[in-house]
Design a protein around this ligand. Structure first.
Ligand code: BJW
Length: 253
């Protein structure tokens, strides 16, 4: 897709420039141009190669903790080698230009923070944090063990796991509450790089729309039109977001 193949509606540029509170929901597609695989894309998505039931559920971890630990170690290394892309950078500019800006992400890669975003609501945790399996306490330091088990907490001996939200687990309460509040209070909502199938994040655009807030979807794929879509820009976040920021604030670098 070339930069010229999408259109940014002029009225959206005005809405953005004049907004008092913009809320943004990002998904895996936002990091795709950094080389981080998405989940559900047919050829390249992680779930095309790996079974989520074997890797991203508490039951999977109980069945084979080492397998799950190693998969996350591989992904952590991949993510930490990747660099933020122009889409992440454009969101930093938006945060600097707008009176109130809430960035809600489903991503666990910490890429928004690395790009310079100051306030990020992480709905599904962060792959670079580790917590105890038994009580969820964050553990900063541990020793790698042999190939047969996961590392253990040096204080309690509990197995360790990544601090991410697996299927069937509840989202961090404060993060979800803040995300819902932003969706209900903002005057412009963006859903970027997400297939919009995983709940409860997928309901946030609808919550915004219920308040009659315009919702913008940015995705190279033609997603089924939901009732929440007002503007749909068919393009990648690394192309569309810098163009949108430039259109709204021509002096932005
Ligand atoms: C680009 C691009 C580019 C490509 N630029 N775009 C109600 C109904 C039915 C089921 C449920 C329900 N409520 C809860 C559930 C169960 C479940 C769920 O939603 N299941 C559905 C799959 C049906 N939800 C949960 O279990 C959640 N917990 C919960 O709700 O607790 C209470 C409860 C429990 C049980 C029952 C009822 C209530 C927890 C969800 C946790 C999700 N965890 C994961 C893994 C995180 C750790 C890890 O990274 O390993 O989170 S799964 C995975 O999906 C990951 C993502 O954050 C999440 C969303 O994926 P995302 O970001 O949308 O990625 P993709 O790949 O799907 O889409 C990428 C998009 O980008 C595509 O559209 C591309 O086109 C696009 N793209 N390049 C812009 N350059």
């Amino acid at each position: 897709m070339t930069a010229a193949s999408f259109v940014i509606p002029p009225e959206l540029v005005t809405l953005l420039r004049e907004a008092q509170h913009v809320a943004i929901l990002t998904g895996a597609g936002t990091s795709a141009e950094s080389g981080v695989p998405t989940f559900r894309e047919a050829q390249t998505g992680l779930w095309a190669q790996y079974d989520p039931q074997q890797l991203a559920t508490p039951e999977a971890f109980q069945r084979n903790p080492r397998l799950v630990w190693e998969w996350y170690t591989w992904r952590r290394e991949l993510v930490n080698k990747a660099q933020p892309n122009p889409g992440h950078v454009a969101l930093v500019t938006m945060e600097q230009r707008l009176p109130l800006f809430t960035l809600i992400t489903q991503n666990v890669d910490g890429m928004h923070q690395r790009a310079g975003s100051q306030r990020v609501i992480e709905l599904h945790g962060n792959i670079n944090r580790t917590k105890r399996w038994n009580d969820g306490a964050i553990v900063e330091h541990w020793h790698e063990t042999g190939a047969s088990s996961t590392p253990r907490c040096p204080e309690t001996g509990s197995m360790l796991r990544p601090d991410v939200v697996w299927f069937g687990e509840t989202l961090p309460e404060a993060a979800l509450a803040a995300a819902i509040e932003a969706a209900q209070m903002c005057d412009l909502f963006f859903s970027i790089g997400t297939s919009g199938v995983v709940q409860p994040a997928a309901s946030l655009p609808m919550m915004a729309q219920r308040q009659e807030t315009p919702v913008v979807v940015i995705n190279p794929d033609v997603l089924p039109l939901t009732s929440a879509t007002l503007y749909r820009i068919q393009g990648t976040s690394g192309q569309v977001l810098p163009a949108l920021v430039q259109a709204a604030w021509p002096d932005a670098v």
